[in-house]
Ligand binder design. Structure first.
Ligand SMILES: C[S@@+](CC[C@H](N)C(=O)[O-])C[C@H]1O[C@@H](n2cnc3c(N)ncnc32)[C@H](O)[C@@H]1O
Length: 279
């Protein structure tokens, strides 16, 4: 399940100029860049004992702000962005880079993480792919762990249309085009998806087009954080895996019912689905 546009948004051709481009915060797409990176690291509460996953690590500007962690796994499709990153991240002794798509990489059995961080990468996934990513992130996070994102976001579909018109009216064709073509997060949809999975969500706004979002995975005792006992971790991660399996099975069932109408009507399938839990 590689994301549909991974090759289009691979930043190999932008790598040489990327760090200079992000300094231009007068560009509405870059506004708040430095501040958002600092906020993501602060909210992720990374300590020397935590295992961290970064999605869409680019030229390493986000991870460069981590003082120390037990292990950092960085994922990006662009080998050229990574070539810039590795010089900035020499202080992180236990760092591993995986050149892969941020959906597909979860097939590699990465294990559990205490924190997942990502800036300006998830908006390259379609809305459906974002939903898939949230499920994968939920399943790989330890109980009490946090996923912290900083990215290009709008509140909902109607705000997206308004913003496109506003930038067109200002003569800023490039920003209007970015909003319409690059799958900026729709915050209300994303928050709903994350909360249904069992995350507690909070957000902060950084510019006209950028927000930060913290998704904290609750555990059975509430928010004990990443240092709860092992039995507890095991129980919560089993429940999380079961929930993902249950949602997938329910969707499969609904799909099957649509295909084999003579054997099982949609309403029968929905009834069964309700017994299994709603996807
Ligand atoms: C706008 S840059 C952000 C880089 C860095 N996180 C930052 O904040 O400066 C987006 C990065 O995501 C990577 N990327 C885009 N789509 C991807 C995908 N589907 N899987 C993995 N990496 C992806 C690009 O190669 C690029 O390095």
């Amino acid at each position: 399940m590689r994301s549909a546009n991974a090759d289009i948004f691979n930043h190999d051709t932008e790598a040489a100029d990327y760090d200079r481009d992000v300094l231009n915060e007068s560009d509405p797409v870059r506004a708040g860049y430095r501040e958002i990176l600092g906020w993501v690291i602060q909210q992720a509460q990374i300590t020397p004992t935590l295992r961290v996953l970064e999605l869409g690590s680019g030229t390493g500007n986000l991870s460069a702000l981590i003082v120390s962690c037990r292990e950092l796994v960085s994922v990006d499709v662009s080998g050229k962005m990574e070539a810039v990153a590795k010089f900035k991240l020499r202080h992180l002794a236990h760092r591993r880079f995986i050149k892969a798509d941020i959906l597909e990489v979860f097939r590699q059995g990465l294990g559990q993480f205490d924190a997942v961080i990502s800036t300006y990468a998830v908006h390259h996934l379609t809305d459906h792919e974002k939903h898939q990513l949230f499920e994968l992130v939920f399943a790989c996070l330890s109980p009490g762990g946090r996923a912290v994102f900083g990215d290009l976001m709008v509140l909902n579909g109607s705000e997206k249309e308004e913003k496109i018109q506003q930038y067109l009216a200002k003569g800023d064709q490039a920003t209007a085009q970015a909003i319409s073509e690059e799958f900026f997060w729709l915050l209300d949809t994303a928050i709903g998806d994350l909360e249904r999975l069992g995350f507690q969500v909070s957000t902060a706004r950084f510019s006209e087009l950028s927000y930060g979002l913290v998704a904290q995975k609750l555990n059975l005792r509430g928010n004990a954080g990443p240092h709860c006992d092992r039995r507890h971790r095991f129980l919560s991660s089993s429940i999380a895996r079961y929930q993902v399996w249950r949602r997938r099975s329910a969707r499969l069932l609904l799909d099957l019912a649509g295909r084999i109408r003579s054997l099982c009507t949609r309403s029968q399938a929905l009834e069964t689905l309700n017994r299994f839990g709603n996807p």
